[in-house]
Design a protein around this ligand. Structure first.
Ligand code: NAD
Length: 382
């Protein structure tokens, strides 16, 4: 079996981390399945490389190919300097309707963490990626748009809004919430995870965040009856998937105090942004974590760090995030053994404390290696 994966090298450290990560991913597949399975890589242009060759940062051909693709992976893309350029990442997320941002967060032995038991963290955050206060509907104080909106809110709806305010809109829909929660439930069931936790701020924002909670439970009842059960209805030793909810502020305490009680988290855009970074910090921060943005047809894996311009081209960057994206991709297509091989290799190399400088700075008695060598060590540990 041969699977096509489109790749975008990315800017800054992108090409070097890609060069280190790709052979590790291929080798993991080869060692696991011999010649029976392989990945066929096809390059797409975006960012500086695209600009140099085509005069545009995000060629239409790239977007068209991605629109009908199943699998893609990318390094970081810089935001072109100058007015009128939107972030390429945001453009791709919106154009391709990549509505679910998924980030697994777990601990690698040896890395210094600010908490006592980082190894108890093993969660996957599903963050809604298109709605909420991130929808971009926001008007600056004093502008004509802000004045008109405030006048409408005051005069037509009787809302008490200071006339000199900036204002933003927080749209959250049943469709947007349910498709995100559905994805998290399908993942939890496929991977045998014990629970899905709906994280929201519905005690205050009753119809948006509260709606997310309601729609999440409704979906669990309507579409997952028999396979999932709410926390309130769960029996002792429950074998079915447990669906529970937590208010966002309480959840930030819970993940510090009782992380072992949480597995899959499904949440709205802003909460998801905060909690995925907080959890990453809890296991030692850094750009080691992988991520994926998904639509109904495309799984688009991406390194969670940026282009790191100050170390670009110096063979210092950590290729871990992109390599783990590869492991996540393999698991996504059901090639779990190959994905596990990469995780085990990462554990082994980090455990031996031969790491890139960003990790070495966070560890006792570490030996610093370059990006290329770290990739080679991973490949040799598969
Ligand atoms: P950054 O992640 O590039 O850098 C933050 C810090 O982490 C720097 O000290 C950097 O050297 C270090 N770092 C990041 N990745 C590393 C790696 N793999 N190995 C070793 N050290 C690493 O964030 P930034 O400086 O805020 O952003 C730089 C550029 O990247 C901006 O143009 C921004 O728009 C872009 N960016 C892109 C993405 C993406 O494509 N997903 C994400 C974040 C930022």
């Amino acid at each position: 079996m041969r699977k096509t994966v489109y790749f975008i090298e990315g800017d800054g450290i992108g090409p070097e981390v890609w060069k280190a990560a790709q052979p590790v991913i291929d080798k993991a597949v080869e060692l696991t399945y011999g010649s029976e399975r392989s990945l066929e890589w096809k390059e797409l242009l975006a960012g500086e490389k695209a600009y140099a060759r085509t005069g545009t940062y995000l060629p239409q051909e790239t977007l068209d190919t991605l629109a009908s693709a199943e699998l893609a992976i990318k390094g970081p893309l810089g935001t072109p300097v100058g007015k009128g350029f939107r972030s390429l990442n945001v453009t791709m997320r919106q154009t391709l309707d990549l509505y679910a941002c998924i980030r697994p967060i777990k601990y690698f032995e040896g890395i210094e963490s600010p908490v006592k038991h980082p190894e108890r963290v093993n969660m996957v955050v599903f963050r809604e990626n298109t709605e909420d206060v991130y929808a971009g509907i926001e008007y600056k104080a004093g502008t004509e748009e802000a004045k008109r909106l405030i006048a409408f809110l005051r005069d037509e709806l009787g809302a008490n809004v200071d006339e000199a305010s900036s204002v933003g809109i927080k749209p959250m829909s049943e469709k947007g919430s349910k498709r995100l929660v559905r994805r998290s439930m399908d993942f939890a069931l496929a991977q045998g995870c014990p629970s899905v936790t709906l994280v929201h701020k519905g005690n205050i924002m009753k119809f948006t965040e509260g709606g997310f909670r309601e729609w999440g439970y409704e979906l669990a009842r309507d579409e997952y009856a028999g396979r999932a059960v709410t926390e309130a209805d769960a029996a002792a030793g429950e074998k079915r998937l447990i669906v529970k909810d937590r208010i966002a502020d309480a959840m930030f305490q819970e993940v510090l105090i009782r992380p072992e009680q949480y597995s899959v988290i499904a949440t709205s855009n802003l909460n998801g942004d905060y909690i995925s970074d907080a959890l990453a910090a809890q296991v030692g921060g850094l750009g080691l974590a992988p991520g994926v943005n998904m639509s109904d047809s495309l799984a688009f894996f991406e390194a969670t760090h940026g282009t790191a311009p100050t170390i670009a081209g110096k063979d210092m960057a950590n290729p871990g995030s992109l390599t783990l994206c590869g492991a996540m991709l393999l698991e996504h297509i059901g090639w779990n053994e190959a994905g596990k091989r990469i995780h085990d290799a990462m554990n082994s190399v980090i455990g031996k404390r031969t790491v890139t400088v960003d990790l070495a700075n966070q560890m006792q008695n570490a030996t610093t290696v370059g990006c290329t060598e770290f990739g080679d060590l991973l490949g040799n540990s598969l």
